[in-house]
Design a protein around this ligand. Structure first.
Ligand code: CMP
Length: 390
């Protein structure tokens, strides 16, 4: 097997048959390895099956050592590594997060070879093997990286409140409760347990002032975690918006008509368009209905069913604009003659956009005039004028 092929098989996003098979084997082995480790830590199971469990565990460990070596061999095929030479590419991969995690996952087997006595108990690290295959975790990584400033500020606030709480608790409680509050480091344990609202109950303030302080610290803890959750949630929402925008942008780039409208306007249009898929035969709009959106065709083909003839529209063309511009009902039924990927532009966004960029109405009009079939019943000059005044 050549290096390129090896890289394809190991690529987590590849849809190649061998790559899919590799992923199935990989995921099953991760689960089996972890299950063997868990079972081996239960005394009555280990008593009966220890040799089988250990053999299975080390077999899985050996698989991950081989996988590490194969990924190292295939590293020069990674995108962007064409010019640096194979050695450099391998080094880069080895010190990347993915490379480090794979090395970590090879450790149980390496530990067994080195006769480390607890090597059979560190199989939990294999859970990290799933990270590479989870787009959600990759997003989380990006969210945390993007929001790191805000998260660090909250962490700093947490540390300040913790230290302040421990110091004040020491001042208030050190005589009444010398065992738990005999020093500030000792009081820190109480502050952490209280601030995280864990409340083991092993350390309790005795004085009234100490209990009031405890109440404030608990509320402070809840606020801190609420802030963290809020930052992460808004980071996630932002990340999802960004991904949706990127997908739309990719699709927008396929519509030649949109190339004529300038980069800043494309960005504005891309943020308003929504991708939609229609199976072959689906009715996209019916003649006589009120217009609520227009569509740009990205992939596939749409059939415009006019009373006198059929017109076929393909990638890069659009339809459904007449009803939006004139306010009249749809003048034709449009059906997906093949499975279609379309971008839809909502009527409210359409009018807002045309209000800000009247030249767009003229571009749409000119484009519609070039359609195949009958003289396209698009919009009249007065309609254009009305629109420009919107
Ligand atoms: P609308 O009237 O909103 O809904 C039906 C759509 O079919 C119409 O907008 C046009 O976009 C499109 N359409 C109508 N006539 C033709 C034609 N002759 N050629 C191509 N498309 C058309």
């Amino acid at each position: 097997m050549d290096r390129r092929r090896l890289y394809t098989v190991l690529d987590p996003d590849s849809s190649d048959r061998a790559a899919r098979l590799f992923r199935v084997v990989h995921h099953v082995l991760v689960a089996l390895g972890i299950a063997a480790m868990l079972a081996d830590s239960v005394p009555f199971i280990a008593a009966d099956h220890d040799p089988v469990l250990r053999a299975g565990y080390y077999l899985v460990g050996a698989f991950f050592v081989v996988e590490y070596l194969l990924r190292l061999i295939a590293a020069p095929e990674m995108p962007g590594q064409e010019h640096g030479g194979p050695l450099r590419a391998r080094l880069r991969w080895a010190i990347s997060l993915g490379g480090m995690l794979d090395l970590l996952c090879a450790l149980p087997a390496i530990g067994a070879l080195a006769r480390v006595p607890w090597a059979h108990l560190v199989g939990f690290v294999w859970a990290f093997k799933y990270v590479r295959y989870s787009p959600g975790l990759a997003s989380l990584n990006r969210v945390v990286r993007n929001a790191r400033q805000a998260l660090l500020s909250v962490l700093l606030g947490f540390a300040i409140v913790l230290l302040t709480a421990a110091s004040i608790a020491y001042l208030l409680e050190r005589h009444a409760n010398p065992d738990a509050f005999g020093s500030i480091p000792a009081a820190l344990w109480w502050a952490i347990v209280t601030m995280t609202t864990t409340g083991y109950g092993d350390v309790v303030p005795q004085t009234v002032a100490g209990r009031i302080l405890g109440g404030f610290v608990m509320i402070g803890g809840i606020l801190t975690f609420a802030l963290w959750a809020g930052i992460l949630a808004s980071g996630y929402a932002e990340e999802l918006r960004r991904r949706e925008f990127l997908r739309t942008w990719e699709l927008v780039a396929k519509v030649p008509f949109l190339h004529n409208i300038g980069a800043s306007l494309i960005a504005e249009v891309a943020s308003l368009l929504r991708p939609r898929d229609f199976p072959a035969g689906a009715v996209i709009m019916r003649r006589g209905q009120a217009g609520d959106c227009m569509y740009f065709i990205i992939d596939g083909e749409a059939e415009v069913q006019l009373p006198s003839q059929r017109v076929y529209l393909g990638p890069g063309q659009f339809f459904g604009e007449v009803a939006l511009l004139t306010g009249a009902p749809r003048n034709a039924t449009v059906v997906a003659s093949q499975a279609c990927t379309l971008l839809s532009l909502d009527i409210a966004d359409f009018h807002q956009l045309l209000g800000r960029h009247p030249e767009l109405a003229r571009i749409i009009h000119a484009e519609a005039q070039q359609r195949p079939g009958d003289v396209a019943p698009t919009l009249s000059e007065p309609a254009l004028a009305i629109d420009e005044s919107a």
